[in-house]
Design a protein around this ligand. Structure first.
Ligand code: NAD
Ligand code: IPM
Ligand code: MN
Length: 356
């Protein structure tokens, strides 16, 4: 039976790199004798334009009935000044909440050829391999009240977590660490925030169930520094929503571009949404030069985490690595070799997939 994949291209470079994803999936379909059926739905700015809301009910329904979901990116200057409920980002937050996608896995791996693309010293980044486990449906992003008071002179956002919400993401952190090098860094701000003090308490509690995993706690400010000075000292990181958002963009300095970072957003069932960690890149949108690797590796994560096709995921990863190894890259990467546009880079990766 065909696997039903919902495509949410979104805005800016989203549709450009989604095209690469579909071409890569078509190749997987040929090599692995599996059929994918695609349904494209609107989210973000394009949904505001077409349906007057960033998250139409029809999009939610399509996603709920899917085997898996791929998302490009949302947002852009066109929608920056509209009312808050209609901002494209609300579509993304809304779909994460609607599908209960609380666990966001953001791997940062430095493929060999990228060692020299990083602005950091090569010996610091060579071999770095980090997984950031970001809590995705709680914290400051979703806590209420969120409002202006006092005639607009006071503003309130709320950082709220329940014990259950922290516990379930902590289990994902420990389980991820178990499948890697059994070291988990829990990042918080327990010297200031009450939410972080409970976060730390629960980390300790849950660690009793994973005796083989070495747990360390790190304050987020120190973590931000150490991520750059000693990236190799990290293996698995588990952290709350906003800290994870910021640290994962920061971590893109390690491989040298955010254009290669993919992610998986998972719930407690088998449904997942797979997307690059970057945004719609308005500065390069429409030029056909975006790096498609973030989206193509999101396809690999989908095959691995949601469609039980680890071999297919491996073929994609190997082909991406080979393309970079042979010097093919997009303009966001500062490295030797040949600069290609989005379509050409995708062509190369697919060419190497055929040879796997
Ligand atoms: P961004 O991630 O879109 O861009 C930051 C920088 O990285 C830009 O210079 C951009 O050109 C570059 N970049 C990003 N992806 C790239 C790729 N694949 N190839 C080459 N270069 C790439 O962040 P921003 O500019 O702060 O945000 C733009 C819009 O995207 C905003 O509306 C923001 O809210 C939204 N956003 C959406 C998501 C998402 O959909 N998941 C994530 C982050 C930001
Ligand atoms: C991300 C993005 C989103 C987030 C925005 C666009 C709501 O930055 O996926 O990292 O902050 O989660
Ligand atoms: Mn982000």
């Amino acid at each position: 039976m065909a696997k039903k994949i919902v495509l949410l291209p979104g805005d800016g470079i989203g549709p450009e790199i989604m095209e690469s994803a579909v071409r890569v999936m078509d190749q997987i379909s040929k090599s692995f004798n599996v059929t994918f059926s695609y349904e494209t739905a609107d989210i973000g700015g394009v949904a505001v334009d077409n349906h007057h809301t960033p998250l139409p009910q029809t999009t939610i329904e399509a996603c709920k009935n899917a085997d898996s979901i791929l998302l490009g990116a949302v947002g852009g200057p066109k929608w920056d000044n509209i009312e808050v409920s209609k901002r494209p980002e609300q579509g993304l937050l809304g779909i994460r909440k609607a599908l209960n996608l609380f666990a966001n896995l953001r791997p940062i791996r430095v493929y060999k050829p990228l060692v020299h693309a990083s602005p950091l010293k090569s010996d610091r980044v060579e071999g770095a391999d980090i997984l950031i486990v970001r809590e995705l449906t709680g914290g400051l992003y979703f806590g209420t009240p969120r409002e202006r008071r006092d005639n607009g002179n006071t503003v309130v956002d709320t950082l709220q977590y329940t014990r259950e919400e922290i516990k379930r993401i902590m289990h994902i952190g420990f389980q991820s660490a178990m499948g890697r090098s059994k070291k988990l860094t829990s990042v918080d701000k327990a010297n200031v925030l009450e939410s972080s003090r409970m976060w730390r308490e629960i980390a300790e509690e849950v660690s009793k169930e994973y005796k083989e995993v070495e747990l360390e706690h790190l304050l987020v400010d120190a973590a931000a520094m150490k991520l750059i000075t000693e990236p190799k000292s990290f293996d698995t990181i588990v952290t709350e929503n906003l800290f994870g958002d910021i640290l994962s963009d920061e971590a893109s300095i390690i491989p040298g571009t955010i254009g290669v970072l993919a992610s998986a957003s998972l719930n407690d069932k088998s449904l997942g949404l797979f997307e690059p960690i970057h945004g719609s890149a308005p500065d390069i949108a429409g030029k056909g030069i975006a790096n498609p690797i973030s989206m193509i590796l999101s396809v690999a994560m989908m095959l691995q985490h949601s469609l039980s096709m680890p071999k297919a995921a491996e073929v994609i990863e190997k082909s991406v690595e080979r393309a970079l190894d042979e010097g093919y890259h997009t303009g966001d990467l500062d490295m030797d070799g040949k600069v290609l546009n989005t379509v050409e880079m995708t062509d190369k990766i697919i060419e190497f997939m055929r040879e796997e």
